[in-house]
Design a protein around this ligand. Structure first.
Ligand code: BDR
Ligand code: CA
Length: 318
């Protein structure tokens, strides 16, 4: 099994992502760490604990991370796509486990888990990158134990929370900049463009709902999220961004990637949080003095295969 740590801000699509990792036989889920993001830290932590309980995985340690970005105070998020409680208003219907939190900080738990690991660990970041940046700054030795970092974030010249920026990067651009700048060919970025192409429809949601208790619970967390896509994009379905990233973490090369240098816009202007993906050819980049090899950006996939992978994994649980 792939040893894995998930850093998350649940979030409806985070719920799908956590369930995917927590119930896949070929994943050894070593820890879940929480960060502010879709809702505040207290709520994302409560949601992570509840979701693991739903999956029968109370054994997975959950530790609390950053409640705000590294440098600049978080600007207000206008839309509550995930509902006030992060799970479309249904968090209270899940088992409550407020006492189940690990006493260590998120960074300490990640560092301890990595130190103890005897094979490379895949770190999947599906919220703002604050905890990951702090881990890499405070524990540079941990880096050698991380085999891969898979990040859901960014866009190829587009955003969702602003015209230019995707939410996870926008929520803490300075952290994202540090994480991406420090990557050495071991980081895969799963951007908005790709996750949107893997959007799932009512037939997919219906099949998941009918597959059993876990599927029914997950689909039951989607009403507010569905409403967001209906209202904003006219879609009758949802985008499970974070679950696509976890799918790639479980099955490397499920997504097709290209290596591109990526920079994060950290100015306070309108492009704050944008990912600037250098899609020029290597020769042109070199002629302009850009030598960075870059990160693996997911640019394409057999989207039906991705949807089938997600449905199959999330359905085969009693
Ligand atoms: C990302 O932002 C959050 O709203 C989702 O959970 C996902 O991680 C998509 O932009
Ligand atoms: Ca998320």
């Amino acid at each position: 099994p792939t040893p894995m740590i998930i850093d998350t801000d649940p979030g409806v699509d985070d719920a799908f992502a956590i369930a995917l990792a927590a119930t896949s036989q070929d994943v050894d889920l070593l820890a879940v760490t929480t960060v502010f993001g879709n809702v505040d830290l207290e709520q994302t932590t409560a949601n992570a604990l509840r979701l693991l309980a739903v999956c029968g995985r109370e054994d997975v340690p959950v530790a609390v991370g950053a409640e705000r970005p590294l440098v600049h105070a978080q600007r207000h998020r206008d839309s509550t796509a995930h509902g006030d409680d992060g799970l479309s208003g249904f968090a209270h219907t899940l088992p409550d486990r407020s006492t189940g939190v690990d006493p260590r900080t998120a960074v300490r738990l990640m560092a301890d888990v990595l130190e103890a690991a005897d094979e490379p660990v895949t770190l999947v970041a599906i919220g703002p990158l604050t905890n990951v940046a702090l881990l890499l700054a405070a524990h540079p030795e941990a880096r050698a134990k991380i085999g891969r970092i898979v990040v859901m974030g960014g866009g190829l010249g587009r955003g969702n929370v602003t015209a230019a920026a995707e939410f996870n990067i926008w929520a803490d651009p300075e952290a994202a900049h540090r994480v991406l700048a420090g990557a050495s060919g071991d980081l895969t970025l799963v951007p908005l463009d790709l996750t949107h192409r893997c959007a799932v429809d009512q037939a997919w949601l219906g099949a998941l709902r009918d597959s059993g208790p876990l599927g029914r619970t997950l689909v039951g967390l989607t009403p507010a999220y569905q409403e967001t896509y209906r209202r904003s994009l006219g879609w009758d379905g949802i985008v499970v961004h974070d679950a696509v990233a976890v799918a790639e973490a479980i099955a490397p090369n499920l997504l097709r990637t290209n290596a591109f240098p990526v920079e994060v816009e950290c100015s306070l202007g309108p492009a704050r949080g944008a990912t600037v993906v250098d899609g020029r050819s290597a020769a042109v980049r070199e002629s302009h003095g850009v030598l960075a090899k870059g990160v693996h950006v997911a640019v394409d996939a057999d989207v039906d295969q991705v949807r089938a992978f997600l449905l199959d994994r999330l359905s085969t649980v009693d």
